[in-house]
Design a protein around this ligand. Structure first.
Ligand SMILES: Cc1cc2nc3c(=O)[nH]c(=O)nc-3n(C[C@H](O)[C@H](O)[C@H](O)COP(=O)(O)O)c2cc1C
Length: 181
């Protein structure tokens, strides 16, 4: 740790220690309250300098800006993919569709080949793309911000696609659910 009087550095990311101090919040209650907010489920992928694909299941994805087209997501700084994503110049965000629950689980598991027998295409910057998703955002990795025990990645969307006939998966109260019309 190193920094000026009001700022600190953690893993090279700047943050203000005084601003983040506050009352203790029970972690379980915090997680449960967050679980009341339904999200989609995404898998973020990229390719390492060694050419190997890597990826992780993420529900922290959000739109950020329309002009320029920006999106964001956050990654735990203890994730096995942390340093690879910090180095990656591009990433792709896949919005999983109904029937892709297995991909949600697969890309959240440690110690396995997450890509297994998934048929990949190659996207911008050589990023591995997953098939049959509901939407796809191909991004340049623009900024990385300190976010507590997570890092916030901001991506500039260089290409996006959607498949409106595929319904997105929903994550709510710790479970994957379907959209009922
Ligand atoms: C539905 C769902 C959403 C998740 N969202 C995130 C997320 O937004 N950020 C994150 O860092 N991990 C998230 N995770 C956890 C990661 O997918 C993964 O399990 C974790 O990073 C541990 O694996 P690793 O250390 O090998 O990367 C999520 C898991 C699930 C099942």
């Amino acid at each position: 740790m190193l920094g000026t009087s009001d700022e600190d550095l953690f893993l090279g990311l700047t943050f203000a220690r005084a601003e983040t101090a506050g009352p203790h919040i029970d972690p379980r209650a915090f997680r449960d309250a967050l679980g009341q907010f339904p999200t989609g489920v995404t898998v973020v992928t990229a390719r390492g300098k060694d050419g190997r694909p890597f990826g992780v299941t993420v529900n922290s994805f959000s739109s950020l800006s329309l002009d320029p087209p920006l999106v964001l997501w956050s990654l735990a700084n203890h994730s096995g993919t942390y340093s690879s994503f910090m180095e990656a110049g591009h990433f792709a965000i896949h919005v999983l569709a109904e029937g892709q629950e297995h991909l949600c689980r697969q890309f959240a598991r440690s110690g396995i080949d997450r890509f297994g027998d998934v048929k990949l295409e190659e996207g911008l910057g050589g990023v591995p793309l997953l098939p049959d998703v509901a939407a796809l955002f191909e991004c340049r990795s623009l900024y990385r911000h300190w976010g507590g025990d997570h890092v916030i990645f901001v991506g500039r969307v260089d290409r996006c696609r959607k498949w409106p006939d595929r319904k997105p998966l929903v994550f709510h109260q710790g479970q994957m659910k379907k959209i009922e019309d």
